[in-house]
Each structure stands twice: as structure tokens, then as C-alpha cells.
Write a protein that binds this ligand. Structure first.
Ligand SMILES: Cc1cc2nc3c(=O)[nH]c(=O)nc-3n(C[C@H](O)[C@H](O)[C@H](O)COP(=O)(O)OP(=O)(O)OC[C@H]3O[C@@H](n4cnc5c(N)ncnc54)[C@H](O)[C@@H]3O)c2cc1C
Length: 469
């Protein structure tokens, strides 16, 4: 049921899900379909979490719909509906443009292999061996090899090839050359082997269709409802506090930030010392900046690709990608076809960002910095869409502060935590009976596909817990 006020909540639930991101939504749908009494409480007035959109001046802006792997089709069909899965379509062209090379690809293994052989002059067997090693990687294998070592093994001294293979992954989840190659390998194999896909109709349609499914599966959904506390009694979840109201529940599934779930909602005193040592070692992932641009009615531009990874930096450098001194931008270009029947053109520029560069800025300086972000982006985009400044009638920017405000995630983290967060997230129920977490942790469980799949995995664990209790 769609609830409009906190007073409408039932006295108790089998499971309360805190947060309506793709992880929380997917878990709610599965648990509702399995017959559990589920409450999904979302603090924002809109569901979706980072998979969100907003409307301004007649434009619809997608925040995180740049693309995802084909696996999303199976995930939607399995945990949502056939109708949702049928909206998945492949994007046509992804471009790179930087001082080292310009490349146009459909992000399939065949195309990448040909590019590496023909443009980057690598022996074909060598490229095939690289792909084979990635395909055979397993998360439970040895994690000692770093991305840097992986690239040194196959493409020593070739920063340009590292850029080709790594830059989109760094954009997509903040990974660096020092992280375990296994995390890169799994994401690369998902993402850069069978093409990149999108949701026809846009994020708004997808989330609205998901909400309709939740209601069909008897999930109680409430928005503008902030989850505040997990009530723990005798080492088990006994209830929760939402907007100041106590509600009984056997399980809480947090879709909020992992560290917030532990420190703020549950309290460190409820966990063992060994577990807290692991928690204290978990690093947050980086945040983002974006510039949203909408074209005046009747204006258009020629097809320039769907996704453009651009950089003015001479060489690939993951640290430069988060710098406030922006050199790298990813443009997502939305043509009217994405929302059939619409004539709207929008472009979203995304930059990875470091929260601390923005957090403490005084208000006047913050405004100026946002304006600079906008002005520099429009000037840069002119190279790809000549005359863009005169074509747009709406422009706005988001910073790590915006992401923090709308998701309540510590540090405005766009991609949850680094890979060590996954173990902590999975061990939560071992510490407190009935306490679960889903959502971006590590690289594998992040992004639309990773978050939705992790939601399904956790729903299964909640289901088992409820059954045995
Ligand atoms: C700029 C940007 C671009 C991206 N582009 C892509 C892309 O192209 N492809 C892709 O696959 N992925 C992309 N991602 C990543 C992807 O969107 C996320 O990894 C994924 O959506 C995260 O889902 P999640 O389940 O972890 O939850 P989140 O989306 O983080 O949602 C968590 C939810 O919990 C809610 N919440 C938090 N605290 C509370 C509370 N106290 N009470 C109630 N509710 C609470 C929040 O409001 C939010 O709705 C992008 C991310 C960003 C930031």
C-alpha cells in the first residue's frame, strides 16, 4: 500500500527496509512477493536513490542512467517483471576523446580486441590472454594482485592502453590502480564485453513501474520517512524508529550507507570488538559532480554518440579524475528516442569528486565554484556540440553536497564503500540477529546491476532468517 503519513504504518512488520535505492527496492519486491509483511521507508519524496531523475523547465534529467551491463535484463526479468526487462536496449556508440587517442566503440569484446590489435598494435593472442584471465577471475580467489600489476603484466609501459581499459571503470565506481585486480576484472567482464545498455523510457518510467510492482506485492511504501534507529534487544533486532515513531519488526534491511547503518542507526556498542576493527578499516568511495543541460524547444544537435569519455589530461591519472581542477568529464547524451514521444534533448556531464574539496566551502565560494563548473563544462562541450551555449535553456550543477543532501550518505558517497565494505556488510547479521544491509559496497555490488543483485542476495538471507525464526 502507498502510505502517505507515518500514522498509517502498521504496528509491526516482518521486515523494515530503510531506503528505496535499487538494492532496497529489489529486496522489498522479492520479500513482498514471498508473502512477508514488508515496509519500505524512504527519506526522500521520490524512490530510486541514486537511480533518480528530476524535472525542470519541461526537461527530465536522468542522474545515473549512463549505462549498465546486459545482466540488468535478466535481473529485471527475474526479480521484477518481463515488462520491465523488455525496456532494456543497447546504446549504439561510446566515444573516448583525450590527448592520447580518440576511439569509438560499442564496448563489446570483439570491438575492443580489434581496437587493441589495430589501433594500439597489440598481438591478438596477447589481448585474448588478457580477456581470458579476466573471465576466469573469481571473487573468492587470491586478491593480492592490484590493477597496476595486472596492466603491467599485459601492457607494460602503455598508459594509453590502461586509459582505454580502466578510465570507464574508474568513472563508474571510483576504482584506482591500487585496488584488487579481481574487482576490476569482474566489472570489466560485465561491462566491457557485451556492450552497454540503457532503459527505454528513462529512469522515471523504470522507478514508477517498480513502484507499481511493489504495490502489487503488498509492500507498504512510505516516502519522506527517515529511518532513525534500529532497536536491539538481546542481540537481535526488535524494532525500529522512523520519523520518531517506534515500529516492531524482526528484521531491518538497511539500504543506507553501510557506515551510517552501523555507527548512527545501530550504535557501535552493539557490535563485537573484532567486527568494529573491520568496520573502522572501511573506506568510503568518492562522490560526484554533475552538470545538467536541457535544450530549448525546437533546438537539436546531430548524433555525437551516447556516452563520451573525455579528458584534457595528457596521461591517464585516476587522482586527476576526482580533482576539483576538472580535466575529465563523461557526457551522457539523451536524444528524444530515449523517451519515445518526447522531443527533449538533454546532456549530463559527470565528474568524480572528492567530498572534502566541497564540504567546508563557505556559501559564496560554493556558489562561485558551482558556476565555474557550469561555465567550464559548457565551454568544453562546445567542441562536441558547436554553439551549445546558445541552444540550452536550463542548466544546473550538483556537487558532493547535493548527493549527500538527497541520499543522506556519508560524504555524498556515490558508490558506497571500497571493496572491504562487502565483508562487513555481509557479516552484519552474524553480529546482530535480523540486521541486514544491501546497497553499494565494493565495486561488484555497486551500479544498477550490482545494487539490484545484492538486494536479491540479501532478500534471500532475510527470507531464510525469517523462516528459521
Ligand atoms: C552521478 C552518478 C552516475 C551513475 N551512473 C551510473 C550508471 O550509469 N550506471 C550504473 O549502473 N550505475 C551508475 N551509478 C551508480 C548507481 O546509481 C548506484 O550504484 C546505485 O543506484 C546504488 O543503489 P543502492 O541500492 O546502493 O542505493 P542508493 O541509490 O544509494 O539509495 C539509498 C537510498 O536510501 C535512502 N536513505 C538513506 N538514508 C535513509 C534514511 N535514514 N531513511 C530512509 N531512507 C534513507 C536514500 O534516500 C536512498 O534512496 C551512478 C551513480 C552516480 C552518483
Amino acid at each position: 500500500m502507498k502510505l502517505s503519513k507515518i500514522e498509517e504504518l502498521q504496528e509491526d512488520y516482518d521486515v523494515i527496509i530503510a531506503g528505496g535505492g535499487l538494492g532496497g527496492l529489489t529486496a522489498a519486491n522479492i520479500l513482498g512477493a514471498n508473502g512477508h509483511r514488508v515496509l519500505l521507508a524512504e527519506q526522500h519524496f521520490q524512490l530510486g536513490g541514486l537511480a533518480t531523475w528530476f524535472k525542470r523547465k519541461g526537461h527530465v534529467f536522468d542522474v545515473a542512467l549512463h549505462g549498465f551491463p546486459i545482466g540488468m535484463k535478466k535481473t529485471l526479468r527475474k526479480y521484477w517483471s518481463k515488462e520491465l526487462a523488455e525496456h532494456i536496449v543497447q546504446v549504439k556508440s561510446i566515444r573516448y576523446d583525450n590527448p592520447q587517442f580518440s576511439v569509438d566503440s560499442d564496448f563489446t569484446e570483439t570491438d575492443f580486441t580489434n581496437i587493441l590489435v589495430n589501433q594500439f598494435e597489440q598481438p591478438r593472442e596477447h589481448v585474448q590472454a588478457f580477456y581470458k584471465e579476466l573471465a576466469e577471475m573469481n571473487f573468492y580467489d587470491d586478491r593480492s594482485m592490484s590493477n597496476r600489476e595486472l596492466f603491467d603484466k599485459y601492457f607494460p609501459g602503455r598508459n594509453d592502453i590502461v586509459r582505454l581499459l580502466m578510465e570507464p571503470i574508474t568513472y563508474a565506481n571510483g576504482s584506482t590502480l591500487d585496488e584488487p585486480a579481481i574487482t576490476y576484472g569482474i566489472v570489466f567482464s560485465n561491462f566491457m564485453s557485451k556492450g552497454v545498455y540503457t532503459f527505454l523510457g528513462g529512469t522515471d518510467l523504470m522507478i514508477n513501474m517498480m513502484e507499481a510492482e511493489l504495490l502489487k506485492n503488498n509492500v507498504d511504501v512510505i516516502r519522506s520517512a527517515t529511518f532513525e534507529k534500529v532497536i536491539v534487544e538481546n542481540g537481535k533486532v526488535a524494532g525500529a524508529v522512523i520519523n520518531g515513531r517506534k515500529v516492531k519488526t524482526k528484521t531491518v534491511l538497511s539500504n543506507g550507507n553501510l557506515l551510517k547503518t552501523i555507527h548512527d542507526w545501530t550504535g557501535d556498542e552493539n557490535f563485537s570488538g573484532d567486527f568494529m576493527n573491520k568496520v573502522n578499516a572501511v573506506r568510503l568511495n568518492n562522490s560526484s559532480c554533475q552538470v545538467y543541460m536541457g535544450l530549448k524547444k525546437g533546438e537539436s544537435f546531430d548524433y555525437i554518440g551516447d556516452l563520451l569519455f573525455t579528458s584534457t589530461k595528457a596521461e591517464f591519472d585516476p587522482a586527476a579524475i576526482v580533482s576539483r581542477d576538472v580535466t575529465s568529464r563523461t557526457y551522457s547524451v539523451y536524444y528524444p528516442e530515449i523517451r519515445p514521444g518526447s522531443d527533449d534533448y538533454t546532456v549530463v556531464a559527470s565528474m568524480n569528486a572528492d567530498y572534502k574539496d566541497w564540504a567546508e566551502m563557505p556559501e559564496a565560494e560554493y556558489k562561485q565554484a558551482k558556476q565555474r563548473l557550469i561555465d567550464d563544462t559548457i565551454a568544453h562541450l562546445d567542441k562536441y556540440i558547436p554553439g551549445i551555449a546558445d541552444k540550452i535553456d536550463y542548466v544546473e550543477a550538483a556537487t558532493p553536497r547535493t548527493f549527500e543532501r538527497y541520499t543522506l550518505h556519508h560524504g555524498g558517497a556515490s558508490f558506497g564503500t571500497k571493496f572491504e565494505g562487502l565483508e562487513v556488510s555481509m557479516e552484519l547479521p552474524g553480529e546482530i540477529g535480523g540486521l541486514f544491509h544491501t546497497g553499494s559496497v565494493g565495486i561488484i555490488m555497486s551500479g544498477w546491476l550490482g545494487a539490484a543483485n545484492y538486494g536479491a542476495i540479501t532478500a534471500n538471507n532475510v527470507d531464510k532468517y525469517l523462516f528459521s525464526n
